[in-house]
Design a protein around this ligand. Structure first.
Ligand code: GLA
Length: 750
């Protein structure tokens, strides 16, 4: 509900209140963003400058309440006494926007520039501020668990306005915060970094042309004592896939100014009279129930208002992807063999990755071309997809339409379609970006991708993009709009297709892409130990249903680490499960285990993909209120490990729960030389006998089965002992490094 009383605007939902007032000068002053309060609280929530702070520049001499620099504001400008960072810059000019009018709209105010937009809004407050020759529009759109803000600048004068910067929002929050950002690079996405916000600005930004794996646009501000279950945490994110900028800085008065929007470097729009520029939507969420509370609010918002309605709450298929198993080396025969295996294991969707078109036999050639390689696929895509579907699997296909290899028919025909700057071109993965700001380029992509999709039985697309941009410059924003246009034209008429976006893994994991693709490939790194960091990083801002998570081979391609198959599965369960390895060489014990993994995942898929997510002291949990699934994960285990206490959250303390663990096993081969202590006959640790046994035999590794009250489970239960170098016992969790468990906690009927 949005109300306006005595100059106070109050946006109120079940989970938050957002209040601001228009002061005597027509300046919107921020009052509150947090737990629901009453409109009458406006007075005690206001800044009271008293006799001022000294050395002030005042809007009206003598009135210390007109010191913009010391007030909590909803927006600001430059040249009128606020020396903090301004969210808007009209190159070389002062800005001083004052309140003019407001309107309250049902739902959202529809955007006109082609940017994606959250859907299913409750109401929107549209505030208009003005200064000579320009109007500033501020939009506040209420969703149950998040507030969406954006701005737009309109040239109402007679001269061109040189717009050098305009953020989606700006707000001054009272208090002291630490900023958590999620940074990294290829195969190392979403590493959380915490930086206290003080008088020096803390910035989260990307200038790679994409939202990037270097600095995800989503970030948190939290109070120092915040934990998973208590304390104040704010979350921010942008519905945008290009260069972004966010900053936070604390003033002498103890106000933290935070803003986010399109990055101002390489950004300049000259707004002609009558023209208007709109910024992407920014998402603001808050919780006084710690990081867990904030994540829940963000997850609900993304699942309900970012993901396309036709994919909302829909089970995501267990897929097999050909990339890590085959790379470029496949033909129809091999793919059909793999499909048989994938089907037998329980997969539901077979995805053919890179290498099916043009001269794409390695990553030096072929991008830009769409002719199916008939040497590899003699029956074409229609034939392959038909044969795969006859096996009872859905069929999906990889594309990388935004890029071009210089060694391609497309580049030879249209070198001018590639983005290059004034210097010698520099390549990323031997490729350049196509100029998506040109209509003919977009038409070419739309026509060719659509032709392939319409001439084969394709129900899933992996849309990749493996090139950072350095040549975009001033075209950066228009490129992103071009991409959205292409996605809209291809996929809106083909709503049955599940789109998974990807950019060298998680190089474009953002809310803009999620408006089109309900899931995103989180990282090329599928090592489960790395994934603990990567998936946990995503979990702060993005729900499990959006995170592509695959089981791959060990030793692992990116880390050379050997991890148990069980842990690879147990980690991938907390996302959209897939398998990405050569299925031909699986051992019998592995086939059995993968079948069990997939069957287990399908049984609890709804909870894994859509349950309420939490980070526990030993791993992660998901819950639908009745059943909680908890993963306990180990990295390196020490010798003589002590008792392990698992503390769950969100249970009913009065109820009783049945706790069982997913049967974990250990391969006999892992004991190697140690078998001599238990075997009646001599066993050569490198011999045939052990190798043979290892293919067929596993040993139990400590399974649990007991009942407990919710109170005990939340207070902390002690798990079965870990291996301590004192021998094998089937009741012990004999797992070693990188071991893990899944606990199934089910509420018992009274
Ligand atoms: C990128 C993707 C991978 C795979 C390859 C194919 O690296 O992240 O998953 O699709 O491209 O070239």
């Amino acid at each position: 509900m949005i109300t306006h009383q005595n100059g106070v605007f109050h946006i109120q939902t079940e989970s938050y209140s957002y209040l601001f007032k228009i002061d005597d000068y027509g300046i919107p002053e921020h009052l509150h963003f947090g737990t629901p309060v009453q409109t009458e609280d406006a007075f005690p929530l206001s800044c009271r400058p008293g006799l001022g702070w000294g050395s002030n520049v005042l809007l009206r001499e003598g009135d210390t309440a007109s010191n913009l620099d010391a007030l909590a504001l909803e927006w600001s400008g430059s040249g009128r006494g606020d020396y903090r960072e301004s969210p808007v810059e009209l190159t070389g000019r002062a800005t001083d926007f004052r309140y003019e009018t407001f309107e309250i709209l049902e739902g959202s105010a529809v955007m006109t520039s082609g940017l994606p937009q959250a859907h299913g809004a409750m109401e929107t407050l549209h505030l208009t501020l003005g200064q000579k020759g320009a109007k500033l529009h501020l939009y506040y759109t209420a969703f149950p668990t998040a507030l969406v803000r954006r701005s737009a600048l309109e040239n109402t004068g007679e001269e061109t306005i040189p717009l050098g910067k305009i953020m989606s929002f700006c707000v001054d929050l009272p208090g002291s915060y630490t900023m958590a950002t999620f940074n990294g690079g290829w195969i190392g996405e979403m590493r959380r970094e915490n930086t206290p916000v003080g008088a020096s600005k803390v910035v989260n930004e990307s200038l790679t042309g994409a939202s990037s794996n270097r600095h995800n646009p989503g970030f948190l501000l939290y109070e120092a004592d915040a934990t998973e279950t208590a304390g104040r945490v704010y979350g921010f994110n942008l519905v945008y896939s290009g260069n972004h900028y966010a900053s936070a800085q604390r003033s002498l008065q103890g106000l933290t100014r935070v803003m986010q929007g399109i990055h101002m470097s390489h950004f300049r729009k000259d707004l002609a009279p009558g023209e208007w520029f709109e910024t992407p939507e920014a998402v603001l969420a808050c919780s006084d129930a710690g990081f867990g509370g904030l994540s829940r609010n963000m997850h609900i918002f993304v699942n309900d208002h970012i993901i396309r309605p036709d994919w909302q709450g829909r089970p995501r298929p267990v897929l097999y992807n050909s990339w890590e198993g085959c790379v470029f080396d496949f033909n129809q025969h091999r793919l059909l063999e793999l499909a048989d295996r994938a089907k037998e294991l329980g997969c539901e969707l077979f995805v053919l990755d890179d290498g099916w078109f043009g001269q794409r036999n390695n990553d030096h050639a072929g991008l830009g071309d769409y002719n199916v390689n008939r040497k590899k696929l003699p029956q074409g895509m229609e034939g392959l997809s038909r044969r795969i579907r006859e096996k009872g699997l859905e069929f999906g296909l990889w594309f990388e339409p935004e890029s071009v290899n210089p060694d391609s028919d497309l580049y030879r025909a249209h070198p001018e379609w590639a983005l290059t700057d004034a210097f010698e071109p520099v390549y990323g993965r031997n490729q350049l970006l196509l100029d998506l700001t040109r209509k003919e380029v977009r038409d070419y992509i739309v026509e060719n991708v659509s032709r392939i999709l319409d001439n084969a039985q394709i129900s899933y697309v992996k849309w990749d993009m493996n090139r950072h941009s350095i040549a975009l410059g001033a075209k950066a924003h228009d490129f992103v709009l071009g991409l959205y246009d292409v996605l809209r034209r291809i996929f809106i008429p083909r709503r049955h297709i599940l789109l998974e976006s990807c950019s060298s893994g998680g190089n474009r994991f953002d809310l803009g892409m999620l408006c089109f693709s309900p899931q995103i490939w989180a990282s090329d790194d599928t090592d489960p130990v790395e994934r603990l960091t990567i998936q946990e990083g995503y979990s702060y801002l993005y729900p499990q249903s959006t995170i592509g998570a695959h089981v791959s081979a060990a030793p692992h391609a990116q880390t050379l680490r050997t991890t148990p198959l069980s842990t690879r599965g147990n980690v991938a369960f907390f996302g959209c499960l897939g398998y990405e390895l050569d299925l031909k060489h699986l051992l019998n014990v592995e086939i059995k285990e993968i079948k069990e993994q997939i069957a287990f995942y399908k049984q609890y898929r709804d909870i894994f993909q859509y349950g309420t997510f939490g980070r526990t002291n030993l791993g992660w949990q998901v819950s639908d209120g009745k059943t909680t699934l908890a993963g306990v994960f180990h990295r390196l285990v020490p010798a003589a490990p002590g008792y392990e206490q698992l503390r769950l959250t969100g249970l009913n303390p009065q109820k009783r729960y049945q706790v069982t663990s997913l049967a974990q096993t250990i391969r006999v081969g892992q004991f190697g030389n140690l078998l001599k202590h238990v075997a009646p006959v001599h066993i050569d640790p490198n011999g045939q006998l052990l190798r043979m046994a290892d293919r067929h035999v596993t040993l139990p590794a400590g399974n649990e089965c007991f009942t407990a009250s919710g109170a005990a489970l939340m207070s902390g239960i002690l798990l079965r002992p870990l291996f301590r170098g004192t021998g094998y016992d089937q009741n012990q969790r004999t797992q070693g490094d990188f071991g893990s468990d899944i606990y199934i906690v089910e509420e018992l009927a009274e």
